[in-house]
Design a protein. Structure first.
Length: 346
């Protein structure tokens, strides 16, 4: 494969624009095509992001997702469509022989996620959940400190993520049919980082405040991880929370500062009370790091990235399914299966 990774983006919403902007700051990457359900939307997006890439010959505006995934000029597809479309769009790209970076949540439930992963395995194609926080410098520094034994054996991770979202019932975050709610939009961040730091989940207990449109407005959940560690997380579309994450251990603690998923610094506090701050700047808008990781994996011929494996994606979906079962949050995708089994963690 050529050194420069040529990207195609499915979708023209806010997350697609953020990723397209990131590609401008990503070494050896170029946006070559965007696909939308309407040509007008694709053209507007393509015009906005034309230029700014090495060897740029413009961004092709595709009037459908099918047209984009069939383009030989596209090396990998970034799925940035609404939540309920992630699985079907990832399957579409994989069927066309394209590697996929799929925006979170990877799918609406475990059944969908398993189908996508299975197809990638059958076709021998790279596939990764776009959990961009897994690739940020702040998390890498946290891992380094823990692995060095500086704060001793980790026992607890605590995190919150909340903001005051619109109450408009027509907005995506409040619409059940569009995968709305705090858990899939926000809670997935502390859940993923807790699993990355503490490992597999053995049990989870959750509670939520449900809104009039049938989505969760605020959700809290406690996870027991293999080995006896615990994580406590909450997310909200009604409360502006500190958005911090802390890792507590026998010899000290680490705090990922406000907006922990894109922290520019972390602080390390020792048992004697002394604290030091470590800068953890990131490139561009933060999405650059996952784009670089996906590009490196493609060049290396990998089918998955070691920092966001298929097994971890599926494990996360199992936990999300269980949390949703406990709080009574169901989506249309759940009704496509005859039943949704209670999750077994072991």
């Amino acid at each position: 494969m050529a050194r420069t990774i040529r990207w195609g983006i499915l979708g023209t919403g806010g997350i697609a624009r953020a990723f397209a902007q990131a590609l401008r700051d990503t070494p050896d990457a170029r946006l070559v095509a965007v696909g939308s359900r309407t040509l007008a939307s694709a053209r507007t997006f393509a015009d906005e992001f034309a230029g700014g890439f090495a060897g740029d010959s413009g961004v092709a505006a595709c009037p459908s997702y099918e047209v984009l995934v069939a383009m030989p000029e596209v090396d990998i597809v970034y799925v940035a469509t609404p939540h309920p479309m992630h699985a079907q769009n990832a399957l579409l790209a994989l069927e066309a022989g394209k590697p996929v970076l799929c925006e979170k949540p990877f799918a609406m439930n475990l059944r969908e996620a398993e189908a996508v992963v299975a197809l990638a395995h059958r076709r021998g194609l790279f596939l990764m959940e776009a959990m961009w926080t897994r690739f940020m410098p702040a998390l890498a520094e946290v891992r380094r400190i823990i692995d060095a034994g500086e704060i001793g054996e980790v026992a607890l991770v605590q995190a919150d993520f909340g903001f005051a979202a619109t109450r408009d019932p027509a907005h995506r975050v409040n619409r059940r049919e569009l995968g709305g709610g705090a858990l899939l939009d926000l809670g997935i961040y502390p859940l993923s980082i807790a699993m990355a730091l503490l490992g597999p989940v053995e049990s989870v207990r959750a509670g939520a405040s449900m809104g009039p449109t049938g989505v969760d407005l605020s959700t809290g959940f406690t996870m027991l991880h293999r080995g006896g560690t615990m994580s406590v997380s909450n997310c909200s579309l009604r409360a502006r929370t500190p958005c911090e994450l802390s890792i507590s251990a026998e010899l000290g603690s680490i705090r990922m500062e406000s907006m922990f998923h894109m922290a520019r610094a972390i602080s390390v506090t020792s048992a004697d009370g002394s604290t030091r701050r470590i800068a953890t700047p990131f490139l561009g808008n933060g999405y650059v790091h996952e784009a670089m990781a996906a590009g490196d994996a493609l060049r290396a011929g990998l089918l998955e990235h070691p920092l966001m494996t298929h097994a971890e994606t599926l494990a996360g979906m199992r936990v999300l399914d269980e949390i949703r079962a406990q709080i009574g949050l169901r989506y249309d995708a759940d009704d496509a299966a005859e039943s949704v089994s209670r999750v077994r963690y072991r």
